[in-house]
Design a protein around this ligand. Structure first.
Ligand code: GDP
Ligand code: ZN
Length: 310
């Protein structure tokens, strides 16, 4: 039992434990993972370990493959949902059909992804279900939003080689998107050894059943980890309008080229607004903005209420 804490990375959480991949070759062998206890709070602020975290492990029992997380390195970034720390890129996956592509829902996933500050790309799955011209039109439209976009199909194999070379870049890539769009199928096609469970699309809405229950990091290539995540359908929006605006690359590009005449502009096309006229996500941005403002308003009123009481 070594006295020096060993560095590693959290690859999965399980109840009160986490699985840690130790750095470099260890007594565990090539794909050894240590089951580690984790204090629910690692510091006074209540910080908890999260998948993707760099940690140090002590009290290692090599035969039982157990240890204890005793230290947490500062995070570079955090994807809120699924909760993954230190991500290198976020791949938002939505289906072209079954379930059909909903631009507002896609936007909500993109907003969550943008909060990491890391590169974000879009994968359009089930390309076999639409005519090539329609697939191409969706790709052009999303590129117009400012996103590198790739159409793929696990049925025909289209786009899989390109996706593989993206995901095999060093670092942590997270696949996120609504349930049933084919994220697990994609990972199975890219790394058959992982053998993730895939559910049949079920029910009237033709949505897949939830099969991935916990977020977990899988090695795709040396130094390249990929996370499949539990499906969820409505990511939360940020708490303030500035953060929201910063999550629309096409809006940011226009504002950089010609700033608005108004401070605190809502960019809804008033005269003098750089985003005057219509743009593709004008309506979507407006709907998100209203939601963010309504939530902020509710928070403000709640805060005042509490002040009056105190
Ligand atoms: P996840 O919830 O995003 O992980 O989605 P799954 O991988 O579980 O897939 C949901 C359903 O979509 C399954 O029935 C898959 O067989 C189906 N599916 C996955 N990829 C494709 C594809 O490229 N084309 C078609 N037509 N169906 C697909
Ligand atoms: Zn404006």
């Amino acid at each position: 039992m070594g006295a020096e804490p060993l560095p590693g990375r959290v690859v999965a959480l399980q109840a009160n434990y986490c699985l840690v991949d130790l750095d470099g070759p260890s007594a565990l062998g090539p794909d050894g993972r240590l089951l580690c206890t984790r204090r629910t709070r690692l510091d006074k602020s209540g910080l908890q370990v999260c998948v993707g975290d760099r940690v140090t492990v002590a009290s290692v029992d090599w035969r039982a493959r157990r240890g204890a997380v005793v230290g947490l390195e500062p995070r570079h970034n955090l994807l809120q949902r699924p909760a993954v720390a230190n991500v290198s890129r976020v791949v938002v996956v939505v289906a072209l059909a079954e379930p059909g592509l909903d631009p507002l829902q896609l936007t909500r996933f993109l907003i969550t992804a943008e909060a990491t500050g890391q590169p974000v790309q879009v994968v359009l799955s089930k390309a076999d279900l639409l005519p090539a011209a329609a697939v191409e039109a969706w790709c052009r439209r999303l590129e117009g939003w400012g996103y590198a976009t790739l159409a793929v199909s696990t049925c025909t194999g289209a786009g899989l080689a390109a996706l593989r070379s993206d995901l095999e870049q060093p670092g942590i890539a997270v696949l996120c998107g609504p349930s049933g769009v084919g994220k697990s199928s994609l990972l199975n096609a890219l790394a058959p050894a992982l053998d993730l469970r895939v559910a049949a699309v079920s029910g009237r809405l033709r949505r897949g059943r939830h099969t991935t229950r916990h977020v977990e990091l899988f090695p795709l290539a040396p130094g390249a980890l990929v996370a499949d995540s539990p499906g969820f359908n409505t990511p939360a929006l940020p708490g303030d309008p500035q953060t929201l605006a910063a999550a629309f690359p096409e809006l940011l590009a226009r504002l950089r080229a010609s700033p608005c005449r108004f401070a605190n502009c809502r960019h809804q096309g008033d005269p003098g607004c750089a985003m005057g006229g219509t743009w593709d996500r004008h309506g979507i941005y407006g709907r998100c903005l209203e939601e963010v403002e309504a939530l902020a308003g509710a928070r403000c009123r709640g805060g005042q209420g509490r002040q009056e009481e105190g």
